[in-house]
Write a protein that binds this ligand. Structure first.
Ligand code: MG
Length: 321
């Protein structure tokens, strides 16, 4: 398939978010119709071409290749609590029925109030704190020790407390550390193995399911498959990967609930603490409803073109399309 044909198979949509997630209020997504299904290309706006190329490879793999064989028909998911006002926490948690493991974004102005509110609503909650690398070593130590004194091991782990792998390795915490950004942004796997107790694995930033499986094989730590605020099209690749792994762990794949709409008849919304493993059925009426104006379509076509051209080897490209 030539680039022109690839672009002719692209739909560019924008789905409103139900909360302000890392500043995103309209989630822009390019869907690519392939031989097997629709793939999703939705790197955030500030990503480099190098990162875009991995996302494009993941989208093309999903569009054109078989997903690995699932070992189960549902994947357990955590609730995801972005930075919202305390008054909205009950509402956000209700979008994840049956999930008592809650991933809380921290490093915000009201972390402590939000965490207290989660325990008020779900007294036996297990928390996964995600700082997205915002803390200094000192802040991480101080904040996390104070939480430990209050909640003990109801904190399951803290994800990416500091930005660099060296800082994360220098921490001495009462909780396990999960590594996310350091893996996605290219730290060496053997170095990550030294620091991480858990590793967050996301299909799109790693360049697809096959590459993610290759990374997982090199990690000697438990993994949690997570998403990046994708539509059900993108989420389905993460769900396929999680369902293929031997360990039945609680994943971060319930995030369709954070979008105010979807483009499928069978959205991967969480129910009873899990999402169902199934091929999603893209609904063209919904695609039309969320289609963005021509100016945004052109912008995404340019972005795909640049990412496509940056995939260096011709073979690598042909393998995908
Ligand atoms: Mg994270």
């Amino acid at each position: 398939m030539q680039l022109n044909e690839l672009l002719s198979r692209v739909e560019v949509i924008g789905i409103p978010t139900r909360t302000n997630f890392r500043g995103v209020r309209i989630r822009e997504i390019a869907l690519i119709k392939g031989e097997r299904r629709w793939g999703e290309f939705s790197p955030f706006a500030d990503y480099s071409t190098e990162r875009d190329a991995l996302w494009l490879q993941a989208a093309l793999e999903a569009a054109n290749q078989n997903f690995p064989k699932p070992l189960r028909n549902r994947v357990l998911v955590n609730a995801t609590l972005p930075e919202v006002a305390v008054e909205r926490i009950g509402e956000v948690l209700s979008w994840f029925p049956g999930s008592s493991t809650v991933k809380v974004k921290v490093g915000t102005a009201n972390d402590e109030e939000r965490i207290a509110e989660v325990f008020k609503i779900i007294p036996d909650a297990r928390l996964r704190l995600d700082a997205n690398g915002l803390f200094s070593i000192h802040q991480a130590q101080e904040f996390l020790l104070s939480l430990y004194n209050k909640y003990g091991h109801q904190i399951e782990y803290v994800e990416q407390p500091c930005a660099s792998l060296a800082e994360n390795g220098a921490l001495s915490l009462p909780f396990p550390i999960a590594i996310d950004e350091n893996l996605r942004l290219g730290d060496e796997i053997h170095e990550i193995n030294k620091v991480a107790d858990v590793v967050i694995v996301k299909v799109a930033p790693l360049g697809g399911i096959k590459r993610a499986l290759n990374v997982i094989a090199q990690l000697d730590k438990p993994v949690v498959i997570s998403s990046a605020l994708e539509s059900s099209a993108g989420l389905s690749a993460g769900v396929a990967l999680a369902a293929h792994l031997a360990e039945d762990v609680i994943c971060g794949l319930g995030t369709a609930a954070l979008l105010d709409g979807d483009i499928t008849k069978n959205s991967l919304l969480p129910l009873n603490g899990a999402v169902t493993v199934e091929e999603i059925d893209v609904d063209l009426e919904s695609v039309a409803r969320y289609r963005l104006p021509q100016e945004r379509i052109d912008w995404w076509h340019n972005r795909i073109t640049t990412a496509y051209k940056s995939i260096e080897s011709e073979n690598e490209r042909e393998e995908l399309i």
